[in-house]
Write a protein that binds this ligand. Structure first.
Ligand SMILES: Cc1cc2nc3c(=O)[nH]c(=O)nc-3n(C[C@H](O)[C@H](O)[C@H](O)COP(=O)(O)OP(=O)(O)OC[C@H]3O[C@@H](n4cnc5c(N)ncnc54)[C@H](O)[C@@H]3O)c2cc1C
Length: 480
């Protein structure tokens, strides 16, 4: 009897379900309401953890961890924090002022991946970058793809640079890179379209090197982080609020007080009034603007340890696209880094290439605009690459763009880890032209440091902020 009643009521109500629910849930039949609540409950329980939709949550007034900057580095950190903390463990908020990413380094990068560095940490991070790209589908699903071109890098050295190339190659191979040294004769054999008359030695990456689409990597990391529950907020970090806190450096000993911060002030687009996010930990991953964000936290303008600035500056780099009008170098041409500093690589098919060269330090272009200087191609880049590949004497420039390196003026390497003054402020920036390939490793390393209390996979201790205080630069010679 009761069963019939339920069925009848359910049938009747089902017809009007959506309407009645919209009109007024108060008048809903109590039995049907029970069914609805039970159904919603079951759906909620069965919802896969990695499907938590965070985009529609409103402005977060607090977070366990707030990351300033949602480029490749910030998004990788967010992804790894959520992945390592079992999705729900830690509330992660990523603050990104420009969700179109039109000026950020990640979107304007040329996406090169190589192990041909001089510093062990850089080699190890890029080895992991290659591993991460190789296993993308396992991590992000069958459609995950960053269009990796595994054609390697070819670094060319003259007589003077050859011993260093040899030393670096030794270290790279010891750490797991698969690079081979090529004499002038071997280079001629392998790359007949190149003039190597002024080259003494080359180093070619046979595996795990090439280039990929940085935008696709950013999208995977960002969507991956969101699916695991990280919340992305469009807004600009404009200040930190400070308050006196008691120092807990030595237990039982009164260490006095220090000025700490747990509050980030955020300017939202289309709102005059700023909002505040309380955080337990803040990570500065704001690319070439990291020093400005650090300054908001008094890094570089405060007393004592705070007087040391984050040495990260914008450095404008031009990338030129061109079409080779004659007989172009073969389809498996690697990314070639000439000893003059000029580089080129294929960009698609049909004789299309890109090329560039970092300007000499005394001729750094202005960074208050993103204009491209085409004369720099004509007068500097073109002669160098046309000397190397005579077929490039006939090229047609098809486009160009500029982007900013987040350039670490201290030693041209990433600064990764906590700031020594604050107990709750981390930095992950300053990668000086090699950050996109290191983003997966940096995200994982920062998550380890925060969640496990120490680096577990690659020890990046030497790349911490402390090296600035003790004035111990970690120079990387392989900067392009
Ligand atoms: C032309 C060019 C070529 C490159 N080629 C390579 C390469 O071949 N291989 C390689 O590994 N790397 C390369 N790089 C470097 C690489 O792109 C960067 O190291 C990497 O993308 C840095 O990522 P990021 O997340 O730190 O910075 P970004 O991608 O710049 O992201 C930082 C984000 O922080 C946001 N932000 C800044 N300030 C605030 C604020 N106050 N509040 C909120 N958000 C803020 C910005 O809007 C930005 O989106 C290249 C870079 C350029 C420009």
């Amino acid at each position: 009897m009761l069963g019939n009643f339920v069925r009848t009521t359910y049938k009747v109500n089902r017809r009007h379900f959506h309407k009645s629910r919209q009109l007024n849930e108060e008048f809903e039949n109590p039995i049907f309401r029970t069914f609805r609540i039970l159904r919603d409950d079951i759906q909620l329980k069965n919802r896969p953890k990695n499907r938590i939709k965070s985009q529609d949550r409103s402005f977060p007034r607090h977070a366990d961890i707030v990351i300033v900057g949602g480029g490749a580095i910030g998004s990788s950190i967010a992804y790894w924090l959520k992945e390592k903390s079992n999705y729900d463990g830690v509330k992660v908020v990523v603050l990104e002022k420009d969700p179109t990413y039109k000026k950020c380094s990640t979107a304007l990068s040329v996406g090169g991946l190589r192990q041909q560095f001089s510093l062990a940490e850089n080699i190890q991070m890029s080895l992991y970058g290659a591993e991460f790209l190789r296993t993308l589908k396992k991590r992000f699903g069958p459609d995950a793809d960053v269009n990796f071109h595994p054609h390697g890098y070819l670094l060319l050295a003259n007589e003077e640079g050859a011993p260093l190339l040899e030393d670096n190659n030794k270290l790279q191979r010891e750490l797991g890179a698969v690079n081979v040294l090529l004499t002038k004769e071997k280079l001629k054999e392998r790359f007949p379209y190149m003039d190597v008359s002024d080259v003494a030695l080359g180093c070619l990456g046979l595996e795990k090197e090439g280039w990929f689409d940085p935008w696709s990597l950013l999208t995977l990391l960002k969507n991956g982080a969101k699916q695991l529950g990280a919340q992305y907020v469009t807004g600009e970090a404009v200040d930190f609020l400070f308050e006196e806190k008691s120092s807990i450096m030595v237990q039982g000993v009164d260490q006095g007080t220090y000025e700490g911060t747990n509050t980030l002030v955020v300017k939202l687009p289309n709102e005059d009034k700023c909002r505040e996010i309380k955080f337990a930990l803040c990570i500065i991953a704001a690319g070439c603007e990291s020093a400005e964000v650090a300054k908001l936290a008094r890094i570089g303008i405060g007393p004592g340890m705070l007087s040391i600035p984050l040495p990260i500056e914008k450095r404008k780099r031009y990338v030129y696209s061109f079409n080779c009008q004659g007989n172009p170098p073969s389809i498996n041409t690697p990314m070639v880094i000439d000893h003059s500093g000029a580089y080129f690589r294929r960009d698609g098919l049909g004789g299309s290439f890109i090329a560039g060269r970092s300007p000499d330090p005394e001729n750094e272009p202005p960074t208050d605009n993103m204009d491209v200087d085409y004369s720099y191609f004509d007068e500097t880049v073109w002669p160098l690459i046309a000397k190397r590949v005579p077929a490039f004497n006939a090229v047609k420039v098809t486009g160009a763009w500029s982007g900013f390196y987040e350039y670490n003026t201290f030693d041209m390497n990433g600064i990764i880890g906590p700031h020594p003054y604050f107990l709750n402020m981390y930095i992950a920036s300053g990668f000086s032209g090699h950050g996109i390939q290191q983003a997966p490793a940096v995200g994982r390393a920062v998550a380890e440091l925060i969640l496990d209390g120490r680096f577990q996979t690659i020890d990046l201790t030497r790349l911490g902020f402390d090296r600035l205080i003790v004035d111990k630069p970690m120079y990387e010679v392989g900067i392009i």
